[in-house]
Design a protein around this ligand. Structure first.
Ligand code: FMN
Length: 170
């Protein structure tokens, strides 16, 4: 698919079906994630791919414990997706390295769309950073999670501010 079409058609998907994502597809998506630019080419990203249903359920329950109603949709996404990718980072300079990891996450969700794989970029996961660091024996900083899977519900386009609203020219 053309890059512009991939960018146009990417959506945050919050309903996944039961179809399992092959490991080879996840590896393909991660292969594009690591092509992202990074400050000083540090490539600070690290991925923990959670496919085990019980582990996903545990994570969803941990997050639900913090839960107001708005978090519950995300908990269900974590439970229902085929793979939850925790995206962590080795931090040397925080703002630089978080930008680098953001670029790699964008590559992930775009490549996912290119392969007809649904995705959700999950920031709420930060609420359980400590619990996940303990669970997966890591001291790396949690940046986000990305849910991956297949969907029967392709969402409509969310509104965007206009270029005029967000741009000034000098
Ligand atoms: C850093 C970041 C964190 C996000 N965290 C969540 C989240 O925890 N739960 C959720 O349902 N959506 C989350 N989203 C998705 C946004 O809500 C979504 O991108 C936005 O509403 C625009 O919709 P679109 O992605 O379909 O264009 C997150 C997006 C970003 C970039």
């Amino acid at each position: 698919m053309e890059l512009s079409k991939v960018m146009e058609e990417r959506r945050s998907v919050r309903h996944f079906n039961d179809k399992v994502l092959d490991r080879s597809i996840i590896e393909d998506i991660l292969g594009f994630a690591i092509l992202a630019p990074s400050a000083h080419n540090r490539q600070p990203w690290h991925f923990v791919v959670v496919r085990d249903s019980l582990k996903k359920e545990d994570i969803a329950l941990m997050l639900a414990d913090y839960g107001d109603a708005s978090i519950m949709t995300t908990c269900n996404v974590i439970r229902d997706c085929s793979a939850l990718v925790l995206v962590l980072a080795d931090i040397t300079e925080e703002v630089m390295d978080v930008q680098s990891v953001g670029a790699c996450i964008e590559n992930m969700v775009l490549r996912a769309r290119d392969l007809d794989v649904a995705s959700l970029w999950i920031g709420y996961i930060l609420k359980i950073e400590k619990e996940l660091q303990r669970e997966f024996s890591t001291e790396k900083k949690l940046i986000a999670a990305v849910a991956l899977g297949y969907t029967d519900h392709y969402p409509s386009k969310r509104p965007r501010k206009t270029i005029e609203e967000v741009t000034e020219w000098w």
